[in-house]
Design a protein around this ligand. Structure first.
Ligand code: SAM
Length: 342
C-alpha cells in the first residue's frame, strides 16, 4: 500500500456499523471521531474499527468538541430519498440531516479537505421544499462553504462487491485544492461475483450460523418459489388476500416482483435494512430460509473477520448490514481520494 506523507484524519458521521469508515481505515486513513444515533451499532463498530463511536443524535452533538479532520464521511440516512420510502426529502427531519454536516464543517478550525456523502439512487431525482433538485442544493450549499462538488451513481457490483447496489456518491473538495474529484471507473473485464460464488464458501470455523426466521406468512409460500423465481411461482389459492388483490390487478400495482429468489448463477440484489422476504431478495436459493448474517455480510463485501456483535436481536444485525456502504466500494473511493488529494 502506498504511504501517505501525513495520515489523513477522518470524521465519520452516520457511521452505522462502520462500512464506509472501515473501507477508509483499510486504506490507511485514521478515524478520529465517529457518531451514530443507534446504540445497537456501538459494540460492532468499536470491536472492528478499534475506535470509540459517540452514540448521540447529531443534532445534540457539540460540534466544536469534534476533533479536527481532513475528511468527513457522511452516509446520511436515505429513507427520505428512497423509492421504498416516502420521498418527502427535506420536508422530513431526516432529509435535513445533511445541514448538520455543514454545521460540523463550520465548527472545524481548519476546513476539512474532502467531504463524502453517500445516498440512494432516488436522491438524484429528489427535490427540496423549494423544488430545487437535491443535487443542485448540495452543489449550492457546499459551494457556499467553499467546496467543489461532483457526484456519480455507482453500482457496487462493478467494483467486485457480490451484489448489485446502486448508490450516489457526492464528493466535495476544498476549492483551495483547485481540483475536481474524478470518480474511479470500474475495472475492465472483472467478472461479476454470483450468488453461487458467495454460497460456495463455508461459514468461518467456530462461528454460529445466525438466521433470522421467516414470518409464518412467508414460511407458507416460500417452498413454492423455485430457484431464480418469485411469488409468481406461488399458486393463487396459497396467496394471502392482499397478494390475491395485487395479482388480480397486477398492472395497477406496477407488476411487483415480490419474493425474489435469486439463482446461484445470478448476482445478488441489494441487501436492504429491512431484509423483508417480500421486497429484498433475501431468500436462499435452495433452502427455505433467509440468508444468514454472515451470508449477507459477504454479499456486502465485509471480510469474515468483521464481527457483528452486542445487539439484542438478530433483526438489528440485518439492519446494520443492510444500511452499510460495502467496505470494498468504500475502499475504492478511499483509494481514489488518496491518489488525487493526499
Ligand atoms: C445509511 S446508514 C449509514 C451507514 C454507514 N455509513 C455504513 O457505511 O455502515 C445511516 C445511519 O444514520 C444514523 N442516523 C439517523 N439519524 C441520525 C441522527 N439524528 N444522528 C446520528 N445518526 C443518525 C442511523 O442510525 C444509521 O446508522
Amino acid at each position: 500500500m502506498e504511504k501517505f506523507k501525513k495520515v489523513p484524519k477522518v470524521i465519520g458521521l452516520f457511521s452505522g456499523c462502520g462500512g464506509l469508515d472501515y473501507g477508509f481505515q483499510q486504506k490507511g486513513f485514521q478515524i478520529v471521531y465517529a457518531n451514530d444515533i443507534d446504540k445497537n451499532v456501538k459494540e460492532t463498530y468499536e470491536y472492528n474499527l478499534k475506535h470509540e463511536i459517540d452514540i448521540n443524535d447529531i443534532h445534540k452533538v457539540e460540534k466544536e468538541k469534534i476533533p479536527q479532520g481532513d475528511v468527513i464521511l457522511a452516509g446520511v440516512p436515505c429513507q427520505p430519498f428512497s423509492s421504498a420510502g416516502n420521498r418527502k426529502s427535506t420536508k422530513t427531519k431526516d432529509g435535513n440531516l445533511f445541514l448538520e454536516v455543514t454545521e460540523v464543517i463550520k465548527s472545524q478550525k481548519k476546513k476539512p479537505k474532502v467531504v463524502v456523502f453517500e445516498n440512494v439512487r432516488g436522491f438524484l431525482s429528489s427535490k427540496d421544499n423549494d423544488g430545487v433538485l437535491m443535487t443542485d442544493r448540495f452543489i449550492i450549499e457546499m459551494g457556499n462553504l467553499g467546496y467543489k462538488t461532483t457526484y456519480k451513481l455507482l453500482n457496487a457490483s462493478d467494483f467486485g462487491v457480490p451484489s448489485n447496489r446502486y448508490r450516489v456518491f457526492i464528493v466535495c473538495v476544498d476549492l483551495i485544492e483547485r481540483k475536481e474529484f474524478i470518480f474511479p471507473e470500474p475495472p475492465l473485464m472483472t467478472p461479476k461475483v454470483t450468488v453461487g460464488d458467495v454460497l460456495s464458501r463455508k461459514t468461518p470455523k467456530g462461528e454460529e450460523v445466525e438466521v433470522w426466521k421467516l414470518p409464518p406468512s412467508s414460511q407458507k409460500i416460500v417452498p413454492f418459489i423455485t430457484e431464480g423465481g418469485s411469488w409468481k411461482d406461488v399458486p393463487y389459492k396459497e396467496l394471502s388476500d392482499r397478494h390475491k388483490r395485487i395479482r388480480d390487478n397486477i398492472k395497477k400495482y406496477k407488476s411487483p416482483n415480490f419474493y425474489r429468489r435469486f439463482a446461484r448463477t445470478e448476482v445478488m440484489g441489494t441487501v436492504t435494512a429491512t431484509s423483508s422476504p417480500e421486497n429484498s431478495g433475501i431468500l436462499h436459493p435452495l433452502e427455505d430460509r433467509r440468508y444468514s448474517v454472515r451470508e449477507i455480510a459477504r454479499f456486502q463485501s465485509y471480510p469474515d473477520k468483521f464481527k457483528f456483535i452486542g445487539v439484542g436481536s438478530l433483526q438489528m444485525k440485518y439492519k446494520m448490514i443492510g444500511n452499510s456502504v460495502p467496505p470494498k466500494l468504500a475502499e475504492v473511493i478511499a483509494d481514489s481520494i488518496k491518489k488525487q488529494l493526499f
